[in-house]
Design a protein around this ligand. Structure first.
Ligand code: FAD
Length: 482
C-alpha cells in the first residue's frame, strides 16, 4: 500500500516537472502584428516567426524595404534611400557587445552571397574635387578651412548645452565677412555635418554631434541594390501590402488595428516601426493617446531630410577617378555633394544630394525644375556637360510613409529620446525603427537591431508567461501530492 502511494506520488511529481519544462520551452503562440516592412519590421517579424509566434506584417506601400528603396535609372539599379553599409568591420571600441562582431548587415550580405563593393576604406580617404560658384574647380585651400572648422568645433563642443545648435556654437567663428568666407562656412556645415544628420546647423544639437557609436572598416554599397537584404530576411514572412494603418486601439486585452482600406486586425502584441516622420504627423491615432513622455520625445527629435537625384549620361564627362564632386554654392548649400557612381558600377551616372532646407526647397518643385537646377549647377562645374539621358528623383519629405530621410538629435532633444520611444506600452504596443535607439541612430544596422530588440522583448514576455502558467500548474499538482 505504502509502495503504491509512493509510486503514484513519483508519477505525479514527474508529471508536474515535465509540465513545467514543456511550458518553459513551448513555442510562442502570440498573435503579433508588425506595422511596416522596412528593415526593422522585417527583422522583428523574422525573429518572432523563428520563435513560433504567428506574425503578420502590415505595409502601407506596395513594396518591402521602406527607406531601402532600390529603383532604376535607365537600366541600372540605383538606391534612392540608403546606399551604404556604414562600416563593414567590428564595433567601435567601447561597444562591448559588438567588439568582436561584424556589422550585422554585412554579415547578412556575406551569409547570403549578396555582392557589395567598397567605396572607400575610410570616408576621409575618399577622392574629392571641389568646385565653386565662380565656375570650375577652386584653388581655395578647402582642406585647411574644413580642418580649422572641425577643430573649432572640437574645442567648443564641451561647452554646448542641450539646446545649443551647431550654428550657435560657430557664432564666434573667426573670419572676415566676405563672400568667399560666407560661402565656405555654409559649405563646411553641409559638407562636414549635413549629410551625417540630414539637417541644417540651426537645427542640429551641437552637444550630440559625433557621440553615436559606429562600426569600423570600409563603407560598402550594393551593385544590385540594398533591397536584397530585406528580401532575403523576409522569405516566408506574411506581408500584407497596401495596408496603411490609421488607428491602434490598445485599451482592451487585445490590440485592435484599423487600416485606411477598412480592414481591421486583432492581435496580442503590435510592433510599430513606422518612421519618426509618420509618428510626428499623427498618421496613426493611438487609443488611449501615447504616454506624454513618449509623445514629447517624438516631438523633440529631428526628422532629417536628404534627397537624391540620379542622372544618367551617355558617357562620362567628369573627373572619373573622383569619388565625390563637391560644390561650394553662393548663399546656400544646394547640390553640396555628388557621388560618382561610375567609379563603382562603371556606369555614366552621377548621384546628386540635397540636405535639410535645401532638400525642402526642392520638395514642392516639379521634376523639370529640379533637373534644371541640377544641370545648371553641373554646368557651372563642367561648362560642357551634355544633357542627361535618364533621371530618378527621391522626395522623402513628401512621402506619406516616411515624411523624412533619417533621424537626428535636434537641439533641445537628448540621447535618451530614442529609447523613450522604444519603451513598450503595457507590454502590448512595442516600437522599433532607426529612431528608437541612439547608438546607431539614422542607420540601416540601427534599424535592424532595434527590430531584433523589440522581438526579443516579446519573446521574453512569452517565456515569462509560459513559465508562470507552468509554475502555477506545477504548484497545483504538488498540492495534490501533499
Ligand atoms: C536618402 C536616404 C539615404 C540614406 N542613406 C543611408 C546609408 O547610406 N546608410 C545607412 O545605414 N542608412 C541610410 N539611410 C537611413 C536608412 O535608410 C534608415 O535608417 C532605415 O532604412 C530605416 O529603417 P526602418 O525600418 O526604421 O524604417 P523604414 O525603412 O522607413 O520602414 C518603415 C516601414 O513602415 C511603412 N509605413 C509607414 N507608415 C505606415 C503606415 N501608416 N501603415 C503601414 N505601413 C507604414 C513604410 O512604408 C516602411 O516600409 C538613408 C535614408 C535615406 C532616406
Amino acid at each position: 500500500m505504502i509502495k503504491r502511494i509512493c509510486h503514484n506520488h513519483r508519477q505525479l511529481l514527474l508529471l508536474s516537472i515535465s509540465y513545467l519544462a514543456q511550458s518553459a520551452f513551448a513555442a510562442c503562440n502570440y498573435e503579433v502584428v508588425v506595422i511596416g516592412a522596412g528593415i526593422s519590421g522585417i527583422a522583428a517579424a523574422k525573429s518572432l516567426k523563428d520563435s513560433g509566434c504567428n506574425v503578420t506584417v502590415l505595409e502601407g506601400r506596395d513594396r518591402k524595404g521602406g527607406r531601402l528603396w532600390t529603383s532604376t535609372v535607365g537600366t541600372t539599379k540605383i538606391d534612392m534611400g540608403a546606399s551604404w553599409i556604414h562600416g563593414i568591420g567590428k564595433g567601435a571600441d567601447g561597444l562591448k557587445k559588438w567588439n568582436n562582431k561584424f556589422n550585422p548587415i554585412y554579415q547578412i550580405a556575406r551569409d547570403n552571397n549578396i555582392a557589395t563593393v567598397s567605396t572607400w576604406e575610410d570616408e576621409d580617404n575618399a577622392e574629392e574635387a571641389f568646385f565653386w560658384w565662380q565656375g570650375g574647380k577652386t584653388s581655395y585651400d578647402i582642406s585647411s578651412f574644413t580642418e580649422n572648422f572641425e577643430q573649432f568645433f572640437k574645442d567648443r563642443q564641451g561647452s554646448a548645452s542641450q539646446t545649443t545648435t551647431l550654428e550657435q556654437l560657430f557664432a564666434n567663428y573667426p573670419m572676415t565677412d566676405n563672400q568667399v568666407n560666407r560661402n565656405m562656412k555654409s559649405f563646411a556645415f553641409g559638407y562636414l555635418f549635413g549629410s551625417d544628420y540630414a539637417a541644417d546647423p540651426d537645427q542640429i544639437s551641437a552637444k550630440y554631434v559625433d557621440t553615436e557609436s559606429y562600426f569600423k572598416g570600409a563603407e560598402h554599397i550594393f551593385p544590385d541594390g540594398y533591397v536584397q537584404i530585406p528580401e532575403v530576411l523576409s522569405t516566408g514572412t506574411n506581408i500584407v501590402y497596401e495596408r496603411k494603418v490609421v488607428g491602434i486601439d490598445y485599451s482592451g486585452n487585445k490590440v485592435s488595428i484599423s487600416t485606411q482600406s477598412g480592414a481591421t486586425y486583432e492581435c496580442d502584441k503590435v510592433i510599430v516601426t513606422v518612421p519618426l516622420g509618420v509618428l510626428k504627423n499623427n498618421i496613426i491615432t493611438f487609443t488611449p493617446a501615447l504616454p506624454s513622455g513618449k509623445q514629447s520625445s517624438i516631438n523633440s527629435l529631428g526628422a532629417g531630410l536628404m534627397d537624391k537625384l540620379a542622372l544618367e549620361f551617355s558617357s562620362v564627362f567628369w573627373d572619373a577617378n573622383m569619388d565625390w564632386l563637391d560644390y561650394i554654392s553662393d548663399g546656400d548649400s544646394k547640390w553640396v555633394v555628388t557621388l560618382n557612381i561610375n567609379k563603382y558600377l562603371q556606369k555614366p551616372i552621377l548621384l546628386m544630394f540635397n540636405i535639410g532646407k535645401d532638400a525642402l526647397s526642392f520638395a514642392s518643385m516639379t521634376d523639370q525644375q529640379v533637373l534644371d537646377s541640377a544641370m545648371a549647377t553641373l554646368r557651372i562645374m563642367y561648362p560642357n556637360a551634355p544633357d542627361y539621358v535618364n533621371y530618378k528623383r527621391s522626395n522623402w519629405g513628401q512621402d506619406e510613409f516616411a515624411y523624412q530621410s533619417y533621424t537626428y538629435i535636434k537641439a533641445g532633444a537628448t540621447d535618451e529620446d530614442p529609447g523613450n520611444i522604444a519603451s513598450n506600452i503595457d507590454k502590448k504596443v512595442y516600437f522599433a525603427g532607426e529612431h528608437t535607439q541612439f547608438d546607431f541612430l539614422g542607420t540601416v544596422h540601427g534599424a535592424y537591431l532595434s527590430g531584433l530588440d523589440a522581438a526579443r522583448a516579446i519573446s521574453q514576455a512569452w517565456k515569462f508567461k509560459a513559465f508562470a502558467s507552468g509554475m502555477i500548474s506545477f504548484l497545483m499538482l504538488l498540492t495534490l501530492l501533499f
